[in-house]
Design a protein around this ligand. Structure first.
Ligand SMILES: [Mg+2]
Length: 228
């Protein structure tokens, strides 16, 4: 028998919002204001540095305030750039917060979800940036709650993040909830660890080499409607 979910908890980046497109656009704009260019090598190096720092943040080792500057400090050191990492970070976040790139098909999918199903965003990110991007994409009113890790001080996959989520949405009926996201380490591990069903959005059909087991796996949004 099909399960009836009354709350869909969507991750933002890589699920609803196209983080990669926004990231490239914002890095290029910030670099241009410093007279610098973002080559493919620079982009790869930045992504390597940034994802290592986000992994530290998910483990609670650094704060989002530290992360936002440290990634550019490390990048500048590695590349010999003579810049203020603080100023570069501000320029980057200003651009990022003003970009509303969405994942293909996400807007249509959101519009097709039956009206009696509640929707929330659960995202690890910086408050102003995530709000800015969701606003730019015209998504603020589509979700009943927008829950951003920086507001809670705790990031997915920590249970504390989900405690806060339940409080915000005003429901503790986790059996009626579904976490939907592209990250096994934050969305799926977080939801599963908390006892919430999970749906791994895996458009690139990556192999799951982890011990994290999603309840469902989909590679496109049609897959979600087969679950609901
Ligand atoms: Mg994501």
């Amino acid at each position: 028998m099909k399960k009836k979910y009354s709350w869909l908890l969507f991750d933002a980046d890589g699920t609803i919002l196209d983080y990669h497109a926004a990231e490239i656009f914002s890095l290029e704009s910030a670099a241009a204001s410093f007279g610098l260019e973002i080559s493919a090598e620079v982009l790869n190096l930045y992504r390597e540095i940034n994802s290592a720092l986000w992994a530290d943040l998910e483990k609670g080792r650094i704060s989002s305030l530290e992360l936002r500057v440290k990634r550019f400090d490390t990048l500048a050191t590695r590349l010999g750039w003579d810049i203020s990492a603080e100023k570069f970070s501000q320029a980057y976040l200003r651009e990022l917060g003003d970009s509303g790139f969405m994942m293909p098909g996400a807007r249509k999918m959101l519009a097709e979800i039956p009206r009696d199903i509640h929707k929330a965003i659960i995202t690890n990110g910086i408050k102003d940036t995530q709000y800015g991007r969701l606003m730019k994409a015209g998504l603020i009113d589509i979700f009943e709650e927008i829950i951003i890790s920086e507001e809670t001080g705790i990031a997915k996959p920590a249970a504390g993040f989900f405690d806060y989520t339940l409080e915000r949405i005003g429901s503790s009926q986790i059996e009626n909830m579904l976490v939907i996201g592209d990250s096994l380490s934050s969305d799926i591990a977080g939801g599963a660890g908390y006892g919430i069903d999970t749906c791994w959005f895996n458009p690139e059909k990556l192999e799951n080499n982890t011990s994290v087991k999603p309840t469902y796996e989909i590679s496109d949004w049609d897959g979600l409607f087969k679950i609901l």
